[in-house]
Design a protein around this ligand. Sequence first.
Ligand SMILES: Nc1nc2c(ncn2[C@@H]2O[C@H](COP(=O)(O)OP(=O)(O)O)[C@@H](O)[C@H]2O)c(=O)[nH]1
Ligand SMILES: [Mg+2]
Length: 368
Amino acid sequence: MNVVSAITGLPYVGKTTLFNLLTGAHAATGSFSGAEAETNVGVAKVPDERVDRLAALFKPKKTTHAEVMYRDLGLTHAEKPGQAISAGKLGDLRTADALVHVVRAFRDPSVPHVDGSVDPLRDLSTVQLELLFADHGVVERRLERLEPELRSAKGAERETKEREKAVLLRAKTALDAERPLRDVEFDPDELKLMRGFRFLTLMPLLVAVNLDETDVTKPDPVLEPLRASAAAHRSTAVIPFSAKLEAEIAELPPDEAAAFRGDLGLAEPALDRLVRATYELLGLCSFFTVGEDEVRAWTVPCGMAAQQAAGAIHSDLERGFIRSEVIRWDELLKAGSEANAKRQGLMRTEGKTYPVADGDVVHVLFNV
Ligand SMILES: Nc1nc2c(ncn2[C@@H]2O[C@H](COP(=O)(O)OP(=O)(O)O)[C@@H](O)[C@H]2O)c(=O)[nH]1
Ligand SMILES: [Mg+2]
């Protein structure tokens, strides 16, 4: 599957700077660029050392990492909730799989703040309120239309609509109380009924806290309340980073960049953590296909049955699925080749219902 993440937040918090870092784009940044009017779109390679190491073993013609598509769609400054997202951007937000909310914590006085002061917790709730408001509107409009539909519906259709109404009323109660829908326990049937509405507060949320570069390497008092707030919500993660520092490091040659990171005590690029957290919150796993032509990562929901997962590669593989040969990526590396792995009995034969695990190297045998 192709994962789409929407980067959102107030103006001048570093959204486009982050977007450029993730995608290698050169979209205009800065207070007076006017770039906020449209959505920037770009693709980021999902950093994955396992792919790199498999590629080093197989030396394929082509190496393909998984990808995440990013959309940079900022909110405008609004006096009242419900006015900060344009209709076009609302559509781009709704069709994303996950939200990255960039929150400003850097103090640099040369960058103005639309609400006059730097206050990450306040900004977190300003944006959340906007998203709650958008979802509330969807619920109200649907409930209104449901009434006449319910009066004329019969039998099974009526039952489905009754269930839809019940779940929307539960959603409304939460939204009225300013609770994001991701915090509400919905069962799988209810989630299915709600899927089409693409509720913004139901999407996993990554709070990307843009810190001053001097703050990323020490525990920042700013982060604690944000972490506490995230811990109190479901499907929410906090990712601290410094857009300015990351942009500086991105200018360096790779070996110098790694050394600089090491000196600062930053274990890995913040952007890697962001992408990984997105996979975690969405419950996504990667499996790999290998060969002389291509080493490639594929993205599926964790634990997906092997036959369905094969469909991520090609629909023929799902349709004509017979069985697959599976080995964990690190076992394959240790064995040194597939032939060795087979000789050592490390290749498993798995059937249609085998739940694909993160890091599996898979060969699908099929017949159409
Ligand atoms: N000091 C500092 N300035 C930053 C940082 N991130 C972004 N900026 C600056 O803030 C301004 C707005 O950044 P931009 O990425 O365009 O924000 P957006 O409006 O959220 O897309 C630009 O002038 C950036 O150079 C940061 O981490 N530290
Ligand atoms: Mg921008």
